[in-house]
Design a protein around this ligand. Structure first.
Ligand SMILES: [Zn+2]
Length: 277
């Protein structure tokens, strides 16, 4: 099993909107982070490059790294330039109803902030940026009615594909909140991966529809990031509890073949990772 740090950024600004400030880093700090990424000896790749390789059984570089951004803040355009200068690809998960332009939603769950415009997406896609989807209005999917959640998951994909003329295959759960039902809906909608939060290192054994990410906060220190890039100082997904659950399910299945006795209560794995935006 290979450890894969998947970093989660939101906003790169010296003057972020107050509500996103705990998840913002300054351009100066971000430039330092990018230097650390470049010096880490890791091979950066997009989420879909990673998950395609895992699905197809292709060999990965010894030390992969994935950089992701959520929501689609306007300052991402500058961050993308800094990454591109170092040949570091990334995945941007866009909340389509928040983008400036024709599809702005009056039901948006995100507070106001300066966001990217639809017209910027094609150019970003040409500069090592994979565009992924992050719902249309940024709701908590796991508490929505099934039909409403399905519409949120599909609408952003359709809008992005219409705008860019390319397939959108990666998805990120708003706040990382998901459930078995939501994961299934994302799969059915045609995505090939989904990013959660988890605040853990991902790995080649991680669930492609609940990829663990490490949230970068305004308080994240250079030492913390250095450790994460070295594959240290964070739990590694999938977590031991998940393995135990899997083992228990296997035991139940096998046992069920031999016995028709009553229902066995299964231990419940916490389905909600630590939140983000
Ligand atoms: Zn978000």
């Amino acid at each position: 099993m290979t450890i894969v740090p998947i970093l989660l950024y939101h906003c790169v600004s010296a003057d972020p909107a107050g509500w996103i400030a705990p998840y913002a880093v300054s351009p100066r700090t971000f430039a330092r982070h990018v230097e650390l990424m470049a010096a880490s000896g890791r091979t950066p790749m997009t989420v879909t490059t990673l998950t395609d390789a895992l699905r197809d059984g292709r060999e990965l570089p010894a030390r992969p790294l994935v950089v992701t951004f959520d929501d689609g803040f306007a300052d991402f355009a500058d961050a993308a330039t800094v990454l591109a200068a170092r040949q570091i690809p990334c995945t941007l998960y866009v909340t389509t109803g928040a983008l400036r332009g024709p599809h702005q939603s009056s039901r948006l769950c995100l507070p106001p902030a300066r966001m990217l415009a639809w017209s910027q997406l094609p150019e970003l896609a040409e500069h090592h940026v994979e565009i992924g989807a992050h719902t249309h209005t940024h709701p908590q999917l796991d508490i929505l009615r099934e039909r409403v959640a399905a519409a949120e998951i599909r609408e952003c994909k359709d809008l992005l594909e219409d705008a860019m003329g390319t397939e959108v295959r990666s998805f990120a759960y708003p706040h990382g909140f998901h459930s078995a039902r939501v994961k299934r809906q994302v799969h059915v909608a045609g995505y090939t991966s989904a990013a959660a939060v988890g605040n853990a290192l991902s790995s080649t054994a991680d669930d492609p529809f609940a990829l663990a990410r490490l949230t970068i906060r305004s308080t994240t220190t250079i030492d913390e990031l250095t450790a994460w890039l070295a594959g240290r100082d964070a739990a590694v997904a999938p977590f031991p509890q998940a393995w135990r659950t899997t083992a228990w399910r296997t035991y139940r299945r096998l046992r069920g073949r031999r016995s028709t006795r009553g229902v066995i209560t299964m231990p419940v794995r916490p389905s909600r990772p630590l939140g983000g935006i």
